[in-house]
Design a protein around this ligand. Structure first.
Ligand code: GLU
Length: 468
């Protein structure tokens, strides 16, 4: 049997890292097992769904390399199909019309609450042999309710939570079509999972409560439900107006960013995949791994049972590791994109610049900021100028400028020129290197001076040193 998994986001609000982890795992499971990964957009909440949110989902998944094999299927485009299945269920006596009004439902709920019972529909309109149903009220469009099995229980082996058993007595007869005939959420999910022959449903554990209802609908339709894996929530820390810290579910309100913002902030898709993979799954102690490695290792047996907490500092660290390990040419392409966004055009020196600076950067944005110093006028930090470009070093700086004007423009010759100045002036390397770095790069905190200078344009260097 081919594995078939799906990601079924609702495009209400933009997708954040906590949500997209529910795409990463089914994607990885499909890839790990040679199966198919399906994208389904659950857009039936018309008021809250938006095209912008769909765009962020599709863009975010493409950026992270979570390619889908089928879809995107939009639930709003499948209405005819849901209605067809509803009609079949009606014909088979699996559903029944219920005319209970909102006011009656409210009154029922109040009676149940007063009696300390769990509020639930009481089956007034459920047809049973020998039962007389109330008189159908005039001019009222009924909802359709699903005949939930009576007695017994629904049991499933959840790949994360273990065995779950829910008594059918706890489940009332679910409304599966509204008075206007539109199908409701749990019903659409089941029809889709059946039609798309989904074998493994991997999703957030906010859907655990829906699962027994969905399983009953599966069985009523003569199908066996898929394997379920309900992932614990992703938590995040927020700080309130009083400066107090709270840990809660990651959400837009808790300050979660859209997935695509991580791209804009200079994170690498490989690193985000790596970080998210670890946020709810593990492979021994492995912290840093490639996408390929993740796919090879991934299975549903090592999913974490407790909620993981998002930690941006850790994500930055993971990003820095991937950045360091990345080859200079492709890295330079990403850095060039970030530079272009800032209006700076790079050239063929960029891969070497990336090689020299990538160890000290945790994002491509940070790397682009360094690289920009090679292509744009530099304004030296005044504090550093005051500290390092002191009166006594000026003759040495001018001498270096003269030597650099004439030497071959490559690292070895530049090293020699610097040494020559040190010999002639009796200065120590830092006494000369610090002011030169400040003048050329704007700051004294750079990699080795000869390597930096060799990547600069000679005329610019000489000009900046002479101007001191
Ligand atoms: N549309 C649901 C959500 O975004 C997911 C439904 C499912 O995976 O079954 O939470």
């Amino acid at each position: 049997m081919t594995t078939r998994t799906r990601f079924a986001p609702s495009p209400t609000g933009f997708i954040h890292l906590g949500n997209i982890r529910s795409a990463l795992y089914p994607w990885a499971f499909a890839r790990a097992t040679g199966g198919k990964f399906i994208l389904r957009i659950e857009d039936t909440d018309v008021e809250r769904s938006s095209q912008e949110a769909v765009d962020v989902i599709i863009e975010g998944m493409a950026w992270l390399g979570l390619g889908h094999d089928e879809g995107p299927f939009y639930q709003m485009q499948r209405m005819e199909r849901y209605k067809e299945v509803l009609a079949e269920m009606k014909a088979a006596g699996l559903v029944y019309p219920c005319y209970m009004s909102m006011a009656e439902l409210d009154a029922l709920r109040e009676r149940q609450m007063a009696a300390k019972e769990k509020p639930r529909y009481d089956g007034t309109w459920r047809p049973e042999p020998g039962k007389t149903l109330p008189v159908v009220p005039q001019g009222v469009q009924p909802v359709l309710r699903f005949k939930n099995p009576i007695g017994g229980s629904v049991v499933w082996e959840d790949k994360v939570k273990g065995r779950i058993e829910i008594s059918n007595d706890e489940l009332d007869d679910l409304v599966i079509a509204r008075p206007d005939g539109t199908p409701t959420y749990n019903f659409c999910v089941v029809v889709d999972d059946i039609d798309m022959t989904i074998t493994h449903v991997i999703r957030g554990d906010d859907h655990v409560n829906n699962t027994p209802r969905q399983i009953n609908i599966f069985r009523a339709l003569g199908k066996e439900p898929p394997v379920y894996a309900h992932l614990p929530t992703v938590l995040t820390e927020t700080v309130d107006e009083k400066g107090e810290k709270h840990v809660g579910k990651m959400s837009k309100r808790s300050g979660a960013k859209p997935v695509t913002q991580f791209r804009d902030e200079g994170f690498l898709p490989e690193a985000v995949v790596n970080y998210l993979a670890r946020l709810g799954w593990s492979h021994g102690d492995a912290e840093i791994f490639s996408r390929q490695q993740f796919i090879e290792w991934f299975n549903l047996d090592h999913l974490g049972k407790s909620a993981a907490q998002y930690d941006e500092a850790k994500l930055r660290w993971v990003n820095a590791q991937h950045l360091k390990a990345m080859a200079d040419e492709p890295l330079a392409q990403l850095v060039a994109q970030q530079m272009r966004k800032r209006g700076v055009a790079a050239d063929d020196r960029l891969p070497a610049i990336c090689a020299l600076f990538k160890d000290r950067c945790d994002t491509t944005v940070a790397l682009a900021e360094w690289a920009a110093k090679f292509y744009t006028p530099v304004v030296p930090n005044p504090d550093e100028v005051a500290k390092h470009v002191v009166e006594g070093v000026r003759p040495a700086v001018s001498m270096l400028a003269r030597m650099l004007e004439g030497c071959p423009w490559e690292k070895g010759a530049i090293t020699e020129a610097i040494k020559e100045v040190l010999r002639a002036t009796g200065m120590k390397m830092p006494q000369l290197a610090m002011p030169v770095r400040v003048l050329v790069m704007g700051t004294a905190q750079t990699p080795s001076l000869d390597a930096v200078l060799a990547l600069c344009d000679r005329d610019t260097v000489v000009e900046r040193l002479k101007a001191a």
